[in-house]
Design a protein around this ligand. Structure first.
Ligand SMILES: Cc1ncc(COP(=O)(O)O)c(C=O)c1O
Length: 468
């Protein structure tokens, strides 16, 4: 096919998307007047414009054009039961008329904390925050106060929230990231102070030998090592137990606070990913699912560390935040977590396995290089066949795919499957096998549709036998 033919192919897919969502298209123009880029949240934005949603129930979203979509986005993994779960709705309805926020303790707050302390091995005491961002921020402040040290080690490609230190080297560009033995601290945008870059040591993910060497080298200045048990933003790449054990051993040896960011991974087991690996960090950050769909975050861990937040201590670590522990979120979160016990966790993880198996088969059938990776209920697509161990592997697939990934995303939307534009799919308890199978069918069709464009534009994405 000629280059012109390819452009026409991609154009026709964009036109098909516009035809599918005319009301969203016109609302996108209106939104452009009041929001930079037409959206109030950059992470949820995608090209050419996002679908505007009018309602949601269970695992289904309805957009303003009346299209129904199965929701594999789940507000970036936070809706463990999908939308409007009856138990959560009842809890919110019971709480709303008696007040949403008291700036005082409430019973639901204590009950939700008791449930989490009971379930998550590392948590002896905890604090709620209003977002995961605040949860990781408070964990880092606690670690600095506990150790008297300044620097923090985070993983290349790791994401811990909307502030600079939580995002250093989130997107490790090949020409800027340095060697894998000692990656450079890279800003994500032009807002990063040099001091933050200097205070952040970057560690390659899933590289135990390099991690140990880096921790040993920087030990005297490191307050904390923070790590996601599954590298979320960079494509749901699971850590090996060996890697996490290495971090545990080295931090323990040097008196560095080990923080597991389980904002995403708490859903993998009732006790979070730490239970699956049998490794106990010093602090654990949580968020997303524990709020039942309302804004939340949390930090918990060793009693002696958490006691640093106690206002009854001399010189406590400051922890404020107007909506932390608000009664409405606590009621929703408690109902959601009570409905997410061991059986549901296992069922959900099996649905995730089914989704990955079906997606992998779809790539094989299509003759296009690609794979689905992840853990339990968390899945991400990658346009590469090679091993995916860290953010560099993930970046390689993204660069090879170019705009094909974007076309795949909107192709799936047209077929009634909502995911993150970075091709993250997570399942919710509102789903059954037939919802998962619908997504697998949609991927089969979308890859078939993309194949001529890939042949013309990105032949390197074809499997060897298929391109011959
Ligand atoms: C691993 C991880 N940590 C922290 C955060 C920040 O949470 P929030 O968006 O609630 O501030 C996120 C958000 O996506 C996350 O994925």
């Amino acid at each position: 096919m000629s280059a012109g033919g390819t452009a026409a192919g991609a154009d026709s897919l964009l036109k098909a998307y516009r035809d599918f969502s005319p009301t969203s298209a016109s609302l996108a123009e209106r939104a452009q007047q009041v929001f930079p880029g037409g959206d109030t949240r950059s992470s949820a934005h995608y090209m050419p414009y996002p679908l505007v949603i009018s309602r949601a129930e269970g695992c289904r979203l309805t957009d303003v054009d009346g299209n129904e979509l199965v929701d594999f986005m789940n507000n970036f993994t936070s809706l463990i039961h999908g939308h409007a779960h009856p138990g959560v709705v009842r809890a919110i309805q019971a709480q709303a008329p008696i007040g949403s926020a008291y700036a005082a303790p409430n019973l639901k707050q204590i009950e939700l904390a008791e449930l989490l302390v009971d379930r998550v091995p590392s948590i002896e005491q905890m604090r709620f925050t209003s977002s995961g961002t605040e949860g990781t921020l408070m964990a880092l402040r606690c670690a600095r106060a506990a150790t008297g040290r300044q620097k923090v080690m985070k993983m290349e490609g790791g994401y811990h929230g909307s502030y600079e230190q939580a995002e250093v080297s989130l997107v490790p560009m090949p020409d800027k990231r340095g060697s894998v033995e000692a990656p450079l601290s890279q800003p994500v945008d032009a807002s990063f102070p040099d001091s933050v870059l200097a205070d952040t040591v970057i560690c390659p993910y899933n590289e135990p030998v390099h991690a140990k060497a880096l921790i040993d080298r920087h030990a005297d200045e490191l307050a904390a090592v923070i790590v996601e048990p599954v590298l979320g933003s960079m494509g749901m790449i699971a850590a090996t137990t060996e890697f996490l054990e290495t971090l545990r051993e080295a931090t323990h040896r040097h008196g560095i606070v080990l923080i597991f960011d389980e904002v995403i991974t708490l859903r993998l087991d009732t006790g979070g990913a730490q239970s699956l690996h049998g490794i106990t960090p010093d602090l654990t950050c949580m968020g997303k699912i524990i709020g039942g769909g309302l804004p939340i975050g949390a930090v918990g861990g060793r009693r002696d560390l958490m006691q640093l937040f106690s206002p009854e201590q001399e010189n406590p670590v400051m922890h404020a935040s107007t909506f932390s522990g608000n009664a409405l979120t606590m009621a929703a979160g408690l109902a959601a977590m009570q409905a997410y016990g061991s059986d549901e966790t296992k069922r959900l993880n099996r649905l995730g396995d089914r989704l990955r198996a079906g997606f992998n088969e779809a790539f094989l059938q299509s003759g296009i290089r690609g794979q689905a990776v992840g853990a339990g209920s968390l899945t991400n697509l990658h346009f590469t066949e090679g091993p995916l161990n860290n953010a560099r592997d993930s970046m390689a697939g993204m660069i090879d795919a170019g705009r094909i990934a974007r076309l795949l995303h909107i192709g799936m939307l047209r077929r009634g499957v909502m995911s993150a534009s970075r091709l993250m799919y997570c399942v919710s308890t509102a789903m059954s096998e037939s919802d998962v199978d619908l997504a697998i069918g949609a991927l089969n069709e979308t890859l078939r549709e993309l194949r001529p464009i890939i042949e013309a534009e990105r032949p390197a994405l074809l499997l060897a036998a298929a391109s011959a």
